[in-house]
Write a new protein. Sequence first.
Length: 284
Amino acid sequence: MSLRVLEPGALSLVQDLGRPGLGDLGVGPSGAFDRRALRTANHLVGNPGDAAVVEALGGGLALVASAAHVVAVTGAAGPLTVDGRPVDSGRPLALKRGDVLRLGAPVAGLRWTVAVAGGVAVPSVLRSRSHDTLASLGPAALAAGDELAVGPPAGAVSLESLPPFLPTGEVVVRVVLGPRDDWFTPAAVATLLSTGWGVDPVSDRIGVRLEGPALDRARDGELESEPVVRGSIQVTTSGRPVVLGPDHPVTGGYPVIGVVLDADTDVLAQLRPGDTLRFRRHRA
């Protein structure tokens, strides 16, 4: 059984929960940008929570069923069709052989997640089926004509209908200051926490670049490379912050002024260019 890629869309990648724990080998974690959407989609089709899915940036992905399949689409919100008939996201969808599932351009959010009962069963690399865009590791981005193997269904399909988890208005994430907030002036730290930062169009799975005032340093010089994690807020030499995503490098040389709580990083996957992001200080 398989799904054939009729049209790949802007960027469609196979993703699971990544390959954590390999930083000592120079391998980053990668994995789904919106893990909540991955787990929700897998739950709807009866998969284990870590089964591989397709993460599609924007619209344009079209998949043809080679046999009867059950799929679910989560993450962004927008038009979906099966053979031209409008269908709903956030619920199981039955596809017959030859049916075409097509994802339209999101009207809210940025990334769709498509799960299929049985999971996407492409070969794994270092115990994961995720594609790392920085390291070019894992299954290649989908191309027209690709056949996505599908495993045997593992569990019962859900009867639920789950709406997308998409915040409205300004997005607020919690942040813990440090470890290098002392490299910045008190005014810069205050600016980080008081500014509504615009999302730069040149954002991707490696990092979400932000537009706004420059954050002034209190210290000159260069920082030796040190480990970074998903959600680290690096400040570049221009003074602009970048929030690292799932395909971040293992180490970085820009000072990290703060780290977004891991539980809040999924929402970064759905930020669109021009959206506003705010940081709220979190004290453990």
